[in-house]
Design a protein around this ligand. Structure first.
Ligand SMILES: *Cc1c(COP(=O)(O)O)cnc(C)c1O
Length: 366
């Protein structure tokens, strides 16, 4: 099956003898004991099984684990590591997950935050107790690109695990497991959900292993699992993911090109622009550049806020990956410890008509 077919057909497990075309939502938290039966919805549920099945097929993995948020998915990886592990993570990392490492795992694990585009810095950060290299590419919010194959080479020489946050690229444009990573993580809240109405996360493993069994244990004993409704809506959204992503990318490319040529814009960060630092690596490991971009506005944070306030079709809100366009000044959201430039605006490019989006920005920047 090709990707569009997988997205539509791999997320269905029908057990009902009426043979509905669409898998119903199984709301029961418990199941009558019988040979091979499911037991309890925290441990497993038909809708979660269907979601995990389509996720592992999309990422070419052997198994998947769905969680109640992207943060919960990432946390399960850190919880599954033995205490005292050292983790290498990117300096430009989704701030909520960075906060887990800095605040929650303080005293349990150690983390080095390094610039992953500097492969020497990655090698130099390895210690005796290093267990995991965490990649995020393209990164949030600077769209920095990490060479997945190269980091995997470094990790494998040292016997380390590699996990990749693939939220921005989605499985449509990038498959880290095919490039050698052991685990993929998603905030399914974003493009996979696609309509800004479901919170969720997932891990996909290339191979079942002892470490993976530990993650599955954290999933069902820890209990940060998605509801059957969440799983249903996600499998439903995933059916259109390949087509949504093509359109997100097309609109994002057009906006990035427009912004790059605008005098009120300092710099555009979009991996699909040949001027972007990570363009060549991105082009070698992604089949598309997805739908998020950032740019810095001439005149500082105040001018950036002014632009945002004038826009009609870009809602000033956090998150990304929905059909509607969103914009936010990222440093204001990340708080006082943010290292993001104060005049940087992040855009999640939606599926509105590109002419409307371009005109809106043109007027806003005028
Ligand atoms: C949103 C996001 C997360 C966190 O996911 P939640 O579903 O909000 O918990 C992690 N990584 C990236 C890149 C994200 O954009």
């Amino acid at each position: 099956m090709k990707i569009e077919t997988i997205a539509i057909h791999a997320g269905t497990i029908i057990t009902d003898s009426n043979r509905p075309a669409i898998q119903p939502i199984t709301t029961s938290t418990t199941f009558e004991h019988h040979e091979g039966s499911l037991i309890y919805t925290r441990a497993n549920n038909p809708n979660r099984m269907a979601l995990e099945q389509v996720l592992s097929r999309l990422e070419n993995g052997e198994d998947a684990a769905a969680f109640s948020s992207g943060n919960a998915a990432a946390m399960a990886v850190y919880q599954a590591l033995p205490a005292g592990s050292h983790i290498i993570a990117p300096d430009d990392m989704y701030h909520g997950i960075k906060k887990q490492l800095v605040e929650i795992f303080k005293g349990i694990h150690e983390t080095s935050f390094v610039d992953m585009s500097d492969l020497q810095a990655v090698s130099d950060a390895i210690r005796e107790n290093t267990k995991l290299i965490w990649i995020e590419t393209p990164s949030n919010p600077l769209l920095k690109v990490t060479d997945i194959r190269a980091v995997v080479r470094i990790a494998k020489n040292a016997g380390l695990l590699v996990a990749c946050d693939n939220t921005f690229a989605t499985p449509i444009f990038q498959n880290p497991l095919d490039l050698g990573a052991d685990l993929v993580m998603h905030s399914t809240t974003k493009f996979l959900g696609g309509h800004s109405d479901v919170l969720g996360g997932a891990l996909v493993t290339k191979k079942k292993s002892e470490f993976w069994e530990k993650i599955k244990m954290v999933q069902h004993v820890g209990g940060a699992v998605p509801s059957p409704f969440d799983c249903y809506f996600l499998t439903r959204s995933i059916k259109t993911l390949p087509y949504r992503m093509k359109a997100h990318q097309q609109n994002a490319m057009a906006l990035a090109t427009f912004l790059e040529n605008h005098p009120k814009v300092e710099k555009v960060f979009y991996p699909g622009l040949p001027s972007h630092d990570g363009y060549e690596v991105a082009a070698s490991q992604m089949s598309g550049f997805s739908g998020v971009l950032s740019f810095t506005v001439v005149g500082g944070a105040e001018k950036a806020d002014h632009l945002i306030s004038k826009l009609k079709f870009f809602t000033n809100a956090t998150s990304l990956g929905g059909v509607e366009s969103l914009i936010e000044r990222r440093a204001a959201v990340e708080g006082p410890d943010s290292q993001t430039p104060s005049n940087l605006v992040r855009v999640s490019v939606g599926l509105e008509n590109i002419q409307d989006l371009l005109e809106d920005l043109e007027k806003g920047l005028a």
